[in-house]
Design a protein around this ligand. Structure first.
Ligand SMILES: [Zn+2]
Length: 350
């Protein structure tokens, strides 16, 4: 395809897998279900015509907490993230030191690679999100700067574990970017998050950075958001200071897309590439290919074609237990993105 198009990452898990996870089946039985879910997801994504696949995050506990899988260094009770519909998610707190990942995203990629020859992208969590697990009142014998130093090392290893295995792209999930402006409208926390993530990114070559991207959105869990009420333009004014080359931006669900596109145009740097969201993952109605085409044509009025691609607004279920969207709907929406992007290509490259 002339216009690049990629998914964000997560696909709703099969119901039988969610039930098995909740029932706490033995690891061996769970592994069989994970294996089946990954294979089915890759196959169904390929059937949509997607040029780049993901494993649908079928085996991740959530987009944010996978590095903490199986470690005994955390306890419940960390930062609470409130969603517009009244539900909340809560981060864990670090209890043991030194901080180390229990799982690196490259392991998910390796598993998916054993099931397909298609290009695969892999999502990783930002260092800034994980920085929130350090207790506010500090830790005995382990200062915050020591923690941050370990965190940067581990986040670099996480991204490298994917690049070294040949990931088509590595996408850093940075949903707390927009949320930070709700907690601190001055932008101080946002700039701090960007500076922290740039410390990780500084460890990569220009060649490697061409394959690294970042995803932002107002959150997407149980068809609700945590920061859609924050002005997107305020985030975009800072976001492009992140030293990555690819930006995966929620856009379809914005009430005023043109305003957002103008803010992207104003802040986008010449060496940066934007994948705009043309699928609203929180709306159960499946877009038509023509609707998608029109969203791409709209974006092309503001973003140079050489810097424009398409994506979905977010993953379809960033948390493993989210059943608000069916797998059928997710694949139908992805197919609409592929078909609509092709229709737009026919006009834009005619
Ligand atoms: Zn998202």
């Amino acid at each position: 395809m002339k216009l690049q198009t990629e998914s964000i990452g997560s696909i709703p898990r099969p119901i039988e897998l969610i039930e098995a996870m909740q029932a706490g089946l033995p690891a061996e039985q769970l592994d069989q279900l994970y294996d089946k879910a990954v294979r089915q997801t890759l196959l169904e994504l390929e059937n949509t015509g997607s040029p780049v696949l993901t494993d649908g995050e079928q085996t991740k506990s959530s987009f944010a907490t996978y590095p903490l899988s199986g470690v005994d260094m955390i306890v419940p009770g960390g930062m609470r993230i409130d969603f517009a519909d009244g539900h909340f998610r809560q981060l864990p707190l670090l209890k043991k030191t030194p901080f180390r990942f229990g799982e690196f995203a490259g392991s998910y990629l390796a598993k998916a690679q054993s099931c397909t020859d298609m290009p695969l992208k892999q999502a990783v969590i930002s260092a800034s999100a994980l920085s929130l697990i350090y207790p506010a009142d500090g830790m005995e014998g382990y200062s915050q700067p020591e923690f941050i130093s370990d965190l940067i090392d581990e986040s670099e290893k996480d991204i490298r574990s994917c690049l070294e295995k040949g990931a088509h792209k590595v996408q850093i999930d940075f949903t707390e970017g927009r949320l930070s402006l709700k907690l601190d409208p001055s932008g101080g926390v946002l700039r701090h998050f960007i500076a922290l993530n740039n410390q990780v990114l500084a460890r990569f070559s220009e060649e490697e950075k061409a394959r690294i991207g970042v995803h932002v959105c107002p959150g997407g869990d149980r068809d609700s958001t945590h920061s859609a009420d924050v002005d997107y333009a305020d985030l975009l004014a800072e976001l492009f200071n992140l030293d990555v080359r690819n930006f995966y931006l929620q856009l379809a669900s914005e009430p005023d897309r043109v305003k957002v596109l103008k803010a992207i145009k104003e802040n986008l740097k010449p060496n940066q590439f934007v994948f705009v969201g043309v699928i609203d993952v929180l709306n159960p109605v499946v877009e038509t290919a023509e609707e998608v085409r029109d969203r791409v044509l709209e974006a092309a009025q503001y973003i140079p074609l050489a810097q424009l691609g398409t994506t979905d607004d977010c993953g379809f279920s960033p948390f493993a237990d989210d059943v608000s969207t069916s797998r059928e709907t997710a694949f139908a929406k992805i197919k609409a993105r592929i078909d609509g992007t092709r229709l737009a290509e026919e006009q834009l490259f005619a």
